[in-house]
Ligand binder design. Sequence first.
Ligand SMILES: Nc1nc2c(c(=O)[nH]1)N[C@H]1C(S)=C(S)[C@@H](COP(=O)(O)OP(=O)(O)OC[C@H]3O[C@@H](n4cnc5c(=O)[nH]c(N)nc54)[C@H](O)[C@@H]3O)O[C@H]1N2
Ligand SMILES: Nc1nc2c(c(=O)[nH]1)N[C@H]1C(S)=C(S)[C@@H](COP(=O)(O)OP(=O)(O)OC[C@H]3O[C@@H](n4cnc5c(=O)[nH]c(N)nc54)[C@H](O)[C@@H]3O)O[C@H]1N2
Ligand SMILES: [Mo]
Length: 769
Amino acid sequence: MSASNEEQERLEPSVGPVPTGDPEFRPYHHPAAGWGAAKSVTQFLVRERALVDGPRAIKRMNHEDGGFDCPGCAWPDDTKGLHLDICENGIKHVTWEMTRKRVGREFFAAHSVTELYGWSDHDLENQGRLTEPMVYDPETDHYVPISWKDAFEVVGRALRGLDDPNQAAFYTSGRLGNEATFLYQLMARELGTNNLPDCSNMCHEASGRALTASLGTGKGTVDLKDWEATDALFVLGVNAASNAPRMLTALAEAHDRGARIVHINPLVEAAATRTIVPHDFTDMALNKATRTSTLNLQPRIGGDMALLRGMAKAILEQAPTDPKALDREFIDRHTTGFDEYRALCEGTPWEEIESQSGVSRADVLEAARVYRDADRTIVTWCLGITQHEHGVDTVREIVNLLLLRGNLGREGAGPSPVRGHSNVQGNRTCGIDHRPTEEFLSRLAEVCDIAPPREHGMDTVATIKAMHRGDVKVFVGMGGNFALAAPDTPYTYEALRTCDLTVQVSTKLNRSHLVHGRRALILPCLGRTEKDHQRKGVQSTSVEDSMSMVHLSVGMKRPASPHLLSEPAIVAGMARAALPDSATRWEWYIEDYDRIRDTMAQALDGFEDFNRRVRLPLGFRIKQPARELVFRTPSGRAEFSAAALPDVVPAPGTLALGTMRSHDQWNTTVYSDNDRYRGIKNLRTLVFMNRDDMRERGITESAPVDITSTAKDGSRRHLDGFLAIPYDIPRGCAAGYMPEMNVLCALGDFSTQSDQPIMKHVKVTITAR
Ligand SMILES: Nc1nc2c(c(=O)[nH]1)N[C@H]1C(S)=C(S)[C@@H](COP(=O)(O)OP(=O)(O)OC[C@H]3O[C@@H](n4cnc5c(=O)[nH]c(N)nc54)[C@H](O)[C@@H]3O)O[C@H]1N2
Ligand SMILES: Nc1nc2c(c(=O)[nH]1)N[C@H]1C(S)=C(S)[C@@H](COP(=O)(O)OP(=O)(O)OC[C@H]3O[C@@H](n4cnc5c(=O)[nH]c(N)nc54)[C@H](O)[C@@H]3O)O[C@H]1N2
Ligand SMILES: [Mo]
């Protein structure tokens, strides 16, 4: 890869490890999971020298009594309390945290920040766990040790010195446990700001907004029992085998019981073929694969809404002759806006549906038939649906389709977004929201005796802009890797570098420590696998999964260093320093997290009797009003939406590029340069293209290409020398990996519906070098 402008010159360090061989591309024909996964895990454990600790920890993961929650994805634990429902990527994730390697003061003394900046992101994280608080020393360009007390005072002084609390922003990455989350938002609001950007702003913001508008609740309504009872599953825009691998088990079980499974994805991902369920030892031994798909449809990138509308149109066309096609009773009793939606569907010509979706009418009708024939349907989706300009409209279209046949408020039916980080949903529930409701704030004010600001705060994109302008001066990152995860890498770097102070609460060294403000702190914290000793004994934290189940997580490992603090303790330390006169009993809360939970029980909807219920074997489920057919919408009913279809067809010569994860990465953490299920070895700087699009451009297999994106404002961004890989992807579409491709995503290109950066429909041209 070569940089094409000065700013990108500085982005040269690669993200992944140094490849161990030449790039290879060989289509993958094996089932997902199974022995390939087992082999990959073993290799990983050997490489991380965790063959003893790894398996021991894994046994304690997702355990119904006393284990820790897998810090990986947000897929729920098995309803039957099956303890071995673990996956390859969850194991990698845990092992990565439990590494024996350490990054201590000697490391920072030996390497300047400028030097470290030149390292790959893989090498940075691969140094191991951070062990003590560090502060940036501009004189020497090194991080040097600082005591916790002094570190908190640096934060406190900076926050106290602001002219306006809105000059601070508090980012959350979705692993933060509920208790730390609650204290964190309390600190921000007590200070006087709602500037609580989070990774969800780049992830499922669209789902939250759409579901709230349609159903009056920002979450999915189904749980795993529903998955076990459903007749038809529509899986849209998720690479489940890599990013929610435990979903494979659910898909295989559903297929075995005769449920129909329709995958809708421009790429036929591994979960859309066959799997060997990893914890089914007989299947493993016999190499017995279960099919996980009835039908695969490959819409163009952004074509889902047209496809869904086509399905709705088909159902409506059938209704006059098929009394069971529509659930009229449900529509009449529980919904509003049906007539307008029906008129819209009828008025949308099939030609438009075909051209916008990129799927033939016959295939749309086939999907509609599966839908019509199922008594109970679940639609599940992830980033392929949300990271678009029209993400909110598309999620609402999913709900429209479900409402037509009354697929809500009953067993086996409903919307089921697949959330990302293990506690990203809990973060929102517990108050990480830059647009809090009045109801939430007034209750918080009353229970915690504070006067929270009413004015809405800034999300991720707005925060980056404000930092760039100099309006946000203090940035605190609670986990995550903001510098690399955010769009428009050079711009985001500039924004962070403009800050007076950047504070990163982290477990491992990453890019966000090296792209920092005038002053900078690294505050190392306990990981989820580790024992959290406080005054009243070992503490546990709680998390909420994708299906609203809240349960406890208790670490069992000795902390990576005796100098680490827990995330709640770090929040409390910062809060005390920033708010010396605060009446909140920060230190008292940290002695015993039950006390935090008691306050949460009073302040948060659905957390009544929190301490008792969270200790039930499987925890508890937060009530979903929409599940009970109670709709907190303006009309008190489920609301059909009637949005016009967007034009998603790329202009001649351009392609729609989707940025996504490889199999061997966790967001900005890249474990290897392989992407097993897509047949890639030793290569990340690639772009998947349709063969005909390649031919048309004179691009041969694996040839280097230059990629140029054009933003809404006409500005251009480049990535040069990526290798073109012919792939089974619709014409006009291309795909490649985040975070390498984040340089192509203009900060100004966010959805006007969700404010989410557009990461799945980047307008690009690709030319042979
Ligand atoms: N191992 C592992 N697990 C993870 C993560 C990880 O990095 N590694 N990340 C976690 C996080 S934070 C999240 S949010 C989730 C992300 O989980 P995913 O949503 O699976 O993440 P992506 O890799 O971005 O994959 C997007 C999928 O959408 C498809 N797609 C792209 N554009 C479109 C479109 O227009 N329509 C449709 N229908 N499909 C489209 C792509 O082909 C791809 O299959 O995973 C979580 N789990
Ligand atoms: N182009 C493009 N960009 C994207 C996306 C995309 O699809 N395309 N996806 C977006 C999405 S969905 C998301 S969620 C974001 C992800 O954004 P983030 O959540 O900000 O990024 P991660 O890579 O998950 O963060 C990894 C870092 O978290 C820290 N960490 C790990 N465990 C812990 C812990 O227990 N505590 C603390 N305090 N820190 C810990 C480690 O230091 C590690 O380096 O990226 C977004 N960016
Ligand atoms: Mo995410």
